[in-house]
Write a protein that binds this ligand. Structure first.
Ligand code: COA
Length: 244
């Protein structure tokens, strides 16, 4: 009975994790999500939105879009402790023209057809500090690469969302654009070419403050890409290097 349910749920990982300030250690599982998890994902999204430091970090995903992904329009993974979802991440396959982030950096019609996008990524505040966003996004990126069904992995991130910029650059996605998007919020457009990764002249990297929007746009325009993030006493910096 247990084996059958494991096959249906497709469990990816099991382990133990420390929860919240009380430092309680609890068993968790990470599994592929299905339509039966829709309610839990919406519940987690409401909780995360309620605890956001800045509303502009996160663009909520509507329930119909999430249902579409869970029904097979994409792939989602989530971390559960007992029956409660604590972290989730989703990829959308076959991205419609109007939502395609690659349009922001001038991809051709043909290239737009080879794009998949991260559409959702969130961690319950009680479980922050374990780099779970990196873990779940990494699982989805690896599974996508193994399937080989799409060439470009895209997402957009607020320049001020340190944890998310850290996640995407650590996964090898490069900052290729910076523009005003949803509700006029600033967003980095980041992507990875899974078939033929872009090579950068990182030996001659340039560092800019994440808040220096116009200077970063200028570098991007001149053929640079953002590939890493660091912090010092003056704030957060993004490292840029020219495409070789
Ligand atoms: C973004 C999010 C998913 C990251 O959660 P997480 O994986 O638990 O992140 P962690 O707490 O482990 O932090 C990861 C890194 O960011 C840093 N960090 C986290 N919050 C930070 C903050 N508010 N300011 C500065 N640094 C922060 C951590 O120190 C860590 O850095 P390090 O790797 O250099 O040590 C989570 O904060 C969240 O759900 N936020 C709201 C929704 C959201 O923004 N989603 C992403 C949309 S693109």
């Amino acid at each position: 009975m247990k084996r059958i349910s494991a096959e249906i749920d497709e469990i990816i990982e099991q382990g133990q994790i420390t929860v919240g300030g009380k430092q309680e250690i609890r068993p968790y599982i990470i599994k592929v999500l299905g339509t039966e998890d829709l309610k839990e994902v919406m519940r987690l999204q409401n909780l995360v939105i309620g605890s956001l430091e800045k509303k502009e970090y996160y663009v909520p995903i509507p329930e119909e879009e999430l249902r579409f992904i869970l029904e097979g329009g994409g792939e989602s993974v989530g971390l559960f402790i007992r029956d409660r979802l604590y972290a989730a991440c989703s990829l959308l396959f076959d991205v419609a023209y109007e939502n395609n982030m690659a349009r922001e950096i001038g991809f051709s019609e043909e290239e737009l057809g080879q794009v998949v996008q991260f559409e959702l990524s969130m961690v319950n505040p009680e479980l922050r500090g374990h780099r779970l966003q990196y873990k779940l996004a990494g699982i989805l990126a690896r599974r996508l690469e193994e399937r080989g069904t799409a060439r470009y992995l895209f997402t957009t991130v607020s320049p001020y969302n340190y944890a998310s910029v850290q996640t995407v650059t650590s996964l090898g996605l490069l900052i290729a654009g910076l523009s005003k998007m949803y509700f006029d919020w600033n967003r980095y457009v980041v992507y990875k070419d899974l078939y033929n990764p872009v090579k950068l002249d990182t030996a001659n990297a340039v560092s800019l403050a994440n808040t220096a929007l116009i200077d970063q746009q200028q570098l991007l325009h001149n053929g640079y890409r953002g590939f890493a993030q660091c912090k010092d006493e003056n704030g957060t910096k993004i490292l840029y290097a020219k495409i070789l």
